[in-house]
Write a protein that binds this ligand. Structure first.
Ligand SMILES: NC(=O)c1ccc[n+]([C@@H]2O[C@H](COP(=O)([O-])OP(=O)(O)OC[C@H]3O[C@@H](n4cnc5c(N)ncnc54)[C@H](O)[C@@H]3O)[C@@H](O)[C@H]2O)c1
Length: 318
């Protein structure tokens, strides 16, 4: 049987790569420029895109054999879905691949902030053993965990908080999530009430026009001075300037983030000067396990190529 030809924008974990290589010849893009890609895709049966580059209408129209577009990851904004739909080319992605890793990323930041891990480690290295007597840290157990955006990741964080630390779960969301409420004994609150009550807040909203800077001065000013705020969603969802102001004026105990606006943050971003701020470079999803899971976009690409139903088809515009 003839082998399929696949254009890979970037390399991915060897587990997914091996799966594809069994039945496909992989060609790795040497550039993500349009002119190059329009040529490279011409004879391909499939294309796999990661976080960089785009699959445009021009590319889709230039590829008469194209049967499937795979996205290693979740967001499909870099794929022209209208053009794909016009040719009935399925788009597949890996929506569940990273959720647990992002959930763990929240607790990594929340625990490190509450336990002052960065400062404790620096103190020991500097011979400052007295740090242990001078410094009080905070426990997560029995605290109120407020989750703003109680979707897939928000609920995983709720589950981890409740099962791991006996945290009391409250959430704010545009829609009620009744099954998760029952499972986690969670209470739905208004965003205002959540910011007033929670000891730890996890932001897990999608970035939409309606969520841009939705975590603003008004909400942050409602927080308790002992509370921590962590953004695991997207940089523009919170107002960085107000997070900085709240930290500077010690109106909240600390803040953490995996995401910035823009990314990467500029070196003089004032948040980076704050002792009570902790961050990661949008890599909470980049665990070994998450990378394996994302590379399994290979299974769905193969499914479409071999005429089977993919597990994670993206809804195409009508
Ligand atoms: N840090 C990372 O590496 C990383 C990785 C994956 C996802 N994310 C981010 O996490 C977000 C959440 O992911 P998910 O899979 O849980 O999404 P999801 O769609 O399952 O959940 C989002 C929730 O937010 C709610 N919501 C939407 N708009 C709202 C609004 N205006 N007010 C209140 N609630 C609103 C929805 O009802 C839904 O319950 C993603 O959109 C993405 O931005 C970050």
């Amino acid at each position: 049987m003839a082998r399929f030809k696949v254009l890979m924008f970037e390399s991915m974990h060897e587990q997914g790569t091996k799966l594809l290589e069994e039945k496909c010849d992989l060609e790795y893009a040497t550039s993500l420029e349009q002119e190059y890609l329009v040529e490279a895709i011409k004879d391909k049966d499939a294309v796999v895109i990661r976080a960089n580059g785009a699959v445009t209408r021009r590319m889709i129209e230039a590829a008469p054999k194209l049967k499937v577009i795979g996205r290693h990851g979740v967001g499909v904004d870099a794929i022209d879905l209208v053009a794909a739909a016009a040719r009935s080319i399925p788009v597949v992605n890996t929506p569940e691949a990273n959720n647990v890793s992002v959930g763990e990323g929240f607790f990594a930041l929340a625990l490190a902030l509450a336990k002052r891990i960065k400062h404790a480690d620096a103190a020991v290295r500097a011979g400052d053993w007295a740090f242990r007597s001078r410094t009080r840290t905070i426990s997560l157990s029995d605290k109120v965990l407020g989750i703003y955006g109680f979707g897939k990741i928000g609920q995983i964080i709720g589950r981890m908080g409740r099962a791991g630390f006996g945290m009391r779960i409250v959430y704010a969301d545009a829609v009620p999530h009744e099954a998760a409420e029952r499972e986690l004994n969670a209470t739905r609150l208004s965003p205002e009430e959540l910011f007033r009550r929670a000891d730890f807040i996890s932001i897990n909203l999608p970035l939409l026009p309606s969520t841009k800077k939705v975590v603003d001065a008004r909400l942050i000013n409602l927080m308790q001075p002992t509370a921590f705020l962590v953004n695991m969603a997207r940089g523009p969802v919170w107002d960085e300037a107000h997070v900085y102001a709240a930290l500077k004026e010690k109106r909240i105990a600390g803040a953490g983030t995996d995401v910035f606006d823009p990314e990467p943050p500029s070196k003089d971003n004032p948040l980076l000067s704050m002792e009570t701020f902790l961050c990661t470079p949008h890599n909470s999803a980049h665990t070994e396990e998450g990378m394996i899971n994302m590379s399994m976009v290979a299974a769905d690409v193969l499914a479409v190529l071999e005429g089977r139903k993919p597990a994670y088809p993206v809804a195409l515009p009508v």
